[in-house]
Ligand binder design. Structure first.
Ligand SMILES: Cc1cc2nc3c(=O)[nH]c(=O)nc-3n(C[C@H](O)[C@H](O)[C@H](O)COP(=O)(O)OP(=O)(O)OC[C@H]3O[C@@H](n4cnc5c(N)ncnc54)[C@H](O)[C@@H]3O)c2cc1C
Length: 530
């Protein structure tokens, strides 16, 4: 029951809002989390839309870098029912010519796979893995779990040849960064496609994303039981600590008095007061509108009103199966069957470039390409005993030539089209094997999650003007805002993807500002001596 006084109010019960609320409980606060949907989790939801017992993660499936994520450790989330598995074969790229690339957790096995295409690329991967995934790992963790720094300060903090080499990637585009290290056309086209999974766009100035993505290429985890297990564990912690999570509670106004956030009003007219803070876990443009645009300066208003949601979204086909997809390229390397995150659909870089050009123009790419997984290979609870649940999510535009509703008009046709492409790689996806199929379109993404405007997976594209200190705006990048007591903790701030970083970083800002107790050790600010 939502009664009594709350120290703070959190708008949105995605995993970031809940992470912030959970840290507030640790800091001795009583938070109220308000969620407009009838369910919690935002982009961490698991449902059974096709056949009962077959569980699909409708949005996030690959939890990246959890082994180093402070919130899993600080909040002891395993005590509240959250666990995950890191499959030993992390990534795979299967090609129409019957070959495939396999990325293992074991770096030497990965190098053996890459060496079949290029010995140079195997050595390059080993070098990047040793440097970024292993020795510089603490640096990448501190870059994520701290507020972003202005470029000059970042440069001053990253010393030595390794720091200089990392920074030399900053001005590059994603593709230039790939080309700088790798030579084989299949290896390069795979990594170029891979770089787009964070909603990054191939523009000069995105090159550091190449480094952070490569640093995590063998750090993918599958949440046991479904991606909803994470928000559920966080909500249990919040409730156990005296906070409250209320669903079906849409915030229509963040109430600001005398330049200070004092509470919220819901769409149903209810009002809640916040003693100390209001934290918005939704996107920055929507947060601004909830407060009233006049509370923000012209330059913030201009930027947030022109927020770029991105040129591509994801079109997912979920399958309930009798047996898992069996890939033809297993003859080339049987480990492809054990790959967790599996890419398919393209033959060369020219097709990758064309795919994103077509998305930008609002056309369905003529070569559908993207990644997917068969989760039951790693956690049988995703389907009834002996059965399998798999999905594939090729990149797609938000709107088709006849508008976003075009997805609804051609659901059946696109389901068949996606299945046809998948079958070129996994011929056992016969009508007899497929027990049910469910298409989740870019429009469906937006319908289910108000923050994912235009099907934007991460509350806004990763382009230089929306990265680092620019995300969402230099005056909002510290998770604070010009309104006293109002904090931002959604994915349109630095962080994004399921890593709890915006929630964690905003929680640290609140603790600092109100001098609350901090029974956890914050991640040190980034620095690298070489
Ligand atoms: C198809 C797809 C696949 C993805 N795959 C991955 C993946 O594999 N790995 C990964 O790391 N990331 C992935 N992502 C991205 C990931 O889902 C998001 O980055 C993440 O869920 C964002 O979390 P969040 O807590 O910041 O926001 P959200 O999860 O969006 O939570 C915000 C919440 O606020 C609520 N809300 C909005 N407005 C209001 C209001 N006015 N009042 C009250 N509540 C409100 C929303 O309903 C929502 O529940 C994927 C996204 C999509 C769409």
């Amino acid at each position: 029951m939502t009664t009594g006084a709350f120290d703070g109010i959190v708008v949105g019960a995605g995993h970031n809002g809940l992470t912030l609320a959970a840290y507030m409980v640790l800091a001795g606060q009583r938070p109220l989390v308000l969620e407009r949907n009838k369910w919690i989790g935002g982009g961490c939801t698991t449902e059974e839309p096709v056949v009962p017992g077959f569980r699909f993660n409708l949005h996030s499936n690959f939890y990246i870098g959890l082994d180093n994520a402070p919130f899993v450790r600080d909040l002891e989330l395993w005590r509240f029912g959250f666990s995950y598995v890191e499959p030993p074969v992390q990534q795979g790229a299967t090609f129409r010519d019957g070959t495939c690339i396999v990325i293992h957790k074991d770096v030497e096995r990965t190098c053996a796979s890459l060496a079949r295409f290029s010995r140079h690329d195997a050595d390059a991967f080993r070098h990047l893995h040793t440097t970024w995934t292993e020795s510089m790992r603490p640096l990448f963790t501190s870059l994520l779990y701290n507020a972003p720094l202005p470029p000059a300060e970042l440069r001053a903090r990253l010393g030595g040849p390794q720091g200089a080499d990392l920074l030399s990637h900053a001005p590059l585009s994603l593709f230039e960064a790939v080309d700088r290290h790798f030579e084989d056309h299949r290896v390069k086209s795979f990594l170029k496609l891979f770089m787009h999974v964070t909603t990054a766009e191939n523009e000069p100035g995105t090159g550091l994303l190449f480094a952070s993505t490569m640093a995590n290429i063998t750090r993918l985890a599958l949440p046991i039981g479904g991606s909803s297990a994470l928000p559920q564990a966080l909500a249990r912690l919040v409730e156990a600590g005296g906070g409250h999570v209320e669903t079906g509670a849409e915030v229509r106004e963040i109430r600001v008095k005398g330049g200070r956030a004092v509470g919220v009003e819901l769409a149903d007219g209810r009002r809640f007061a916040a003693r100390r803070f209001v934290a918005s876990a939704i996107d920055a443009p929507a947060t601004m509108r909830l407060c009233g645009e006049s509370a923000f300066s012209d330059e913030i208003r201009a930027k947030l009103n022109a927020w770029y949601w991105g040129s591509h979204s994801l079109l997912t086909i979920h399958l309930a199966l009798s047996e898992p997809p069996m890939y033809g390229s297993a003859k080339f390397d049987p480990d492809i069957e054990r790959a967790f995150n599996l890419f398919m659909g393209w033959d060369d870089t020219a097709q990758v470039i064309r795919c994103f050009d077509q998305c930008r123009r609002g056309e369905l790419p003529d070569h559908l390409m993207g990644n997917g997984a068969c989760n039951t290979r790693f956690d049988p609870s995703y389907a009834p005993a002996g059965k399998h649940a798999a999905f594939w999510w090729p990149f797609a535009p938000y709107a088709l030539p006849d508008g976003p509703e075009g997805w609804d008009r051609r659901r059946k046709e696109y389901t068949a089209q996606l299945l046809d492409v998948w079958r070129q790689y996994a011929p056992n996806l016969t009508d007899g094997n497929v027990l049910g199929a469910y298409l989740f379109t870019p429009l469906d993404i937006e319908r289910r999650n108000r923050n994912m405007v235009r099907g934007a997976a991460r509350m806004g594209a990763y382009v230089p003007s929306q990265l680092g200190i620019n995300r969402p705006h230099p005056l909002l990048a510290s998770y604070r805002s010009p309104i006293e007591g109002l904090y931002l903790c959604g994915s349109s701030n630095h962080g994004g993807g399921v890593n709890g970083a915006p929630g964690y970083n905003a929680a640290n800002a609140i603790v600092d500002d109100f001098r609350l107790s901090r029974p956890w050790t914050p991640i040190d600010p980034p620095s690298w001596a070489g």
